[in-house]
Design a protein around this ligand. Sequence first.
Ligand code: NAI
Length: 331
Amino acid sequence: MKTAVFSTRRYDQTLLQQANREIGHELVFVQDRLTVDTVALAAGCKAVCVFVNDAVDAEVLTRLAAQGTLLVATRSTGFNHIDAEAARRLGIEVVRVTDYSPYSVAEFAVGLLLAVNRKIVRASVRTRDGNFELDGLMGVDLHGKTVGVIGTGKIGTIFARIMAGFGCTVLGHDAYPKAEFEDLGGRYLPLPALMAQSDVISLHCPLTEQTRHIVDAGSLAQLKRGAILVNTSRGGLVDTEAATQALKTGQLGGLAIDVYEQEASLFFQDLSSTVIHDDVIQRLVSFPNVIVTGHQAFFTVEAIGQIMATTLESLSAFERGEPLVNRIPQD
Ligand code: NAI
């Protein structure tokens, strides 16, 4: 099936081509993000394949429908970048990748936590410069600390299990509590109590209207002073301006983010030779207790392999008129 693959990077192209060799879909690779300005590149394609920063809003979907596109397949779990209601209205099916290595993201969240707590990135930069001093590099033991997990689904539960293995007390907050989380010793609390009791908060819920800015000035004020916040889920979960203020006052002791609310114009590109106009991110990366990575938590051999395989399976199922097992949830 002819499919326009947007936001393609070299690894996407190589791996999709390899996985598609036996299957034979006609893949048209587009480096640009899908927006109103690039949607014409999908003309004649029954399907489009997108990623997290493609803007699959009502206007883009309307144009896609007019061009004959019937299926949107996102190479991600989250689908907050797609207007699901507009797609339904226009008769466009939307599929995602629900089951790919949740370990990739959970392990990365643990890595970010260790790096920001123990100042591993700063230390490495220092030693490269011949500076072997320890001043400013002190962290805390995670053993015995309390970790609050917001969103205890596949990734959040694995993250919680790893932290329990470190000897942490694990608290959770979820709209739909899970027995598996409680089985590993996790205890559910309302959000204000979880914020007040945790030394570390890690975000693992989807971005929805209910969760947008779930971490804002109000919830940051409820934190234990000096707590660490880790966000590997979606940038829009955190009010970045409020987090910046909390870092300045010391209310927030550390911030490690793999996602950022305004990431669409920055991430997945090399901007090292240009002037970055986003003052918020520039300010954040200047703080010694902040780590920012460019949405790479999913980026492991296992996860990418599964993402590509599932995406191609969804295209094939659609082409054959079979049920779409990876269709996004319908309200
Ligand atoms: P999941 O669907 O298994 O878990 C999400 C959990 O959030 C569920 O338990 C759900 O009940 C809970 N939830 C929903 N609404 C909530 C609310 N209002 N308050 C509290 N909890 C709520 O999803 P999974 O696979 O664990 O992924 C979680 C998120 O991680 C995705 O939505 C995505 O945004 C993010 N992600 C980030 C990646 C990265 O590379 N940085 C890669 C993959 C996913």
